[in-house]
Write a protein that binds this ligand. Structure first.
Ligand SMILES: Cc1cc2nc3c(=O)[nH]c(=O)nc-3n(C[C@H](O)[C@H](O)[C@H](O)COP(=O)(O)OP(=O)(O)OC[C@H]3O[C@@H](n4cnc5c(N)ncnc54)[C@H](O)[C@@H]3O)c2cc1C
Length: 90
Protein backbone atom coordinates (compact mmCIF):
# COMPACT_ATOMS: atom_id res chain seq x y z
CA UNK A 1 0.00 0.00 0.00
CA UNK A 2 1.68 3.31 -0.99
CA UNK A 3 1.79 5.72 1.98
CA UNK A 4 3.56 9.00 2.88
CA UNK A 5 4.02 8.31 6.57
CA UNK A 6 3.19 6.16 9.57
CA UNK A 7 2.27 7.52 12.99
CA UNK A 8 2.56 5.09 15.86
CA UNK A 9 0.54 5.86 18.98
CA UNK A 10 1.56 4.16 22.20
CA UNK A 11 0.55 4.38 25.85
CA UNK A 12 -3.22 4.10 25.54
CA UNK A 13 -3.72 0.79 27.33
CA UNK A 14 -3.74 1.29 31.11
CA UNK A 15 -1.10 -0.78 32.97
CA UNK A 16 -3.44 -2.22 35.58
CA UNK A 17 -2.11 -5.79 35.77
CA UNK A 18 -0.95 -5.41 39.36
CA UNK A 19 -4.18 -3.70 40.39
CA UNK A 20 -6.17 -6.56 38.89
CA UNK A 21 -4.09 -9.14 40.77
CA UNK A 22 -4.75 -7.28 44.01
CA UNK A 23 -8.50 -7.23 43.35
CA UNK A 24 -8.77 -3.51 42.69
CA UNK A 25 -12.03 -2.69 40.97
CA UNK A 26 -11.81 -1.23 37.46
CA UNK A 27 -14.12 0.98 35.41
CA UNK A 28 -15.84 -0.32 32.28
CA UNK A 29 -13.01 1.30 30.29
CA UNK A 30 -10.36 -0.63 32.23
CA UNK A 31 -9.08 2.18 34.44
CA UNK A 32 -8.84 2.06 38.22
CA UNK A 33 -12.12 2.91 39.90
CA UNK A 34 -11.54 5.33 42.76
CA UNK A 35 -13.28 7.98 44.84
CA UNK A 36 -12.45 11.70 45.07
CA UNK A 37 -9.67 10.88 47.59
CA UNK A 38 -8.05 8.40 45.16
CA UNK A 39 -9.14 5.52 47.40
CA UNK A 40 -9.80 2.28 45.57
CA UNK A 41 -12.22 -0.40 46.74
CA UNK A 42 -9.39 -1.93 48.80
CA UNK A 43 -8.70 -0.12 52.09
CA UNK A 44 -5.15 1.24 52.05
CA UNK A 45 -4.77 1.00 48.26
CA UNK A 46 -4.81 4.31 46.36
CA UNK A 47 -4.38 5.28 42.71
CA UNK A 48 -2.96 8.21 40.74
CA UNK A 49 -1.90 8.99 37.20
CA UNK A 50 -2.67 7.42 33.85
CA UNK A 51 -4.27 4.34 35.45
CA UNK A 52 -7.14 6.63 36.49
CA UNK A 53 -7.89 7.65 32.90
CA UNK A 54 -8.81 11.26 32.16
CA UNK A 55 -6.27 13.67 30.66
CA UNK A 56 -3.24 11.36 31.01
CA UNK A 57 -0.62 14.12 31.13
CA UNK A 58 2.42 14.47 33.40
CA UNK A 59 0.99 17.52 35.15
CA UNK A 60 -2.26 15.73 36.02
CA UNK A 61 -0.44 12.55 37.11
CA UNK A 62 1.76 14.55 39.48
CA UNK A 63 -1.25 16.43 40.89
CA UNK A 64 -3.14 13.18 41.44
CA UNK A 65 -0.09 11.71 43.16
CA UNK A 66 0.05 14.68 45.53
CA UNK A 67 -3.68 14.40 46.24
CA UNK A 68 -3.38 10.67 46.89
CA UNK A 69 -0.40 11.22 49.22
CA UNK A 70 -2.36 13.77 51.24
CA UNK A 71 -5.33 11.38 51.41
CA UNK A 72 -3.03 8.64 52.67
CA UNK A 73 -1.73 10.97 55.37
CA UNK A 74 -5.27 11.91 56.42
CA UNK A 75 -6.41 8.29 56.38
CA UNK A 76 -3.46 7.14 58.48
CA UNK A 77 -4.40 9.80 61.05
CA UNK A 78 -8.08 8.79 60.90
CA UNK A 79 -8.36 5.26 59.48
CA UNK A 80 -11.74 5.11 57.77
CA UNK A 81 -11.52 1.32 57.48
CA UNK A 82 -11.60 0.99 61.30
CA UNK A 83 -14.74 3.15 61.44
CA UNK A 84 -16.39 0.92 58.84
CA UNK A 85 -15.41 -2.22 60.76
CA UNK A 86 -16.70 -0.93 64.13
CA UNK A 87 -19.85 0.38 62.39
CA UNK A 88 -20.63 -3.00 60.88
CA UNK A 89 -20.14 -4.86 64.17
CA UNK A 90 -22.56 -2.49 65.92
C1 LIG B 1 4.36 8.59 23.51
C2 LIG B 1 3.89 9.41 24.67
C3 LIG B 1 4.10 10.78 24.69
C4 LIG B 1 3.65 11.55 25.75
N1 LIG B 1 3.88 12.90 25.73
C5 LIG B 1 3.49 13.65 26.78
C6 LIG B 1 3.76 15.05 26.80
O1 LIG B 1 4.34 15.63 25.88
N2 LIG B 1 3.35 15.75 27.90
C7 LIG B 1 2.71 15.15 28.95
O2 LIG B 1 2.37 15.84 29.91
N3 LIG B 1 2.46 13.84 28.93
C8 LIG B 1 2.83 13.07 27.89
N4 LIG B 1 2.56 11.73 27.88
C9 LIG B 1 1.81 11.16 29.01
C10 LIG B 1 2.72 10.94 30.22
O3 LIG B 1 3.84 10.17 29.85
C11 LIG B 1 1.90 10.25 31.30
O4 LIG B 1 0.72 10.99 31.57
C12 LIG B 1 2.68 10.08 32.59
O5 LIG B 1 3.89 9.41 32.38
C13 LIG B 1 1.82 9.32 33.59
O6 LIG B 1 2.57 9.04 34.74
P1 LIG B 1 2.19 7.80 35.61
O7 LIG B 1 3.14 7.83 36.77
O8 LIG B 1 0.73 7.77 35.86
O9 LIG B 1 2.46 6.52 34.68
P2 LIG B 1 3.82 6.02 34.06
O10 LIG B 1 4.77 7.14 33.76
O11 LIG B 1 3.40 5.13 32.92
O12 LIG B 1 4.48 5.18 35.21
C14 LIG B 1 3.95 3.94 35.63
C15 LIG B 1 5.12 3.06 36.01
O13 LIG B 1 4.64 1.88 36.64
C16 LIG B 1 5.39 0.80 36.15
N5 LIG B 1 4.60 -0.42 36.36
C17 LIG B 1 3.42 -0.78 35.78
N6 LIG B 1 3.02 -1.98 36.23
C18 LIG B 1 3.95 -2.38 37.13
C19 LIG B 1 4.08 -3.53 37.95
N7 LIG B 1 3.18 -4.51 37.93
N8 LIG B 1 5.15 -3.61 38.74
C20 LIG B 1 6.08 -2.62 38.77
N9 LIG B 1 6.01 -1.50 38.02
C21 LIG B 1 4.95 -1.39 37.21
C22 LIG B 1 5.65 1.11 34.70
O14 LIG B 1 6.75 0.39 34.21
C23 LIG B 1 5.94 2.61 34.78
O15 LIG B 1 7.30 2.88 35.03
C24 LIG B 1 2.99 10.94 26.84
C25 LIG B 1 2.79 9.57 26.83
C26 LIG B 1 3.22 8.81 25.76
C27 LIG B 1 3.00 7.32 25.79
Amino acid sequence: MPIDGVFIAIGYIPAVGLAKKLGVELTEDGFIKRDEHHRTNLPGVYSAGDVEGGYKQIVTAVGQGAEAALSIYEDLMNPYWLEKRSGSSG
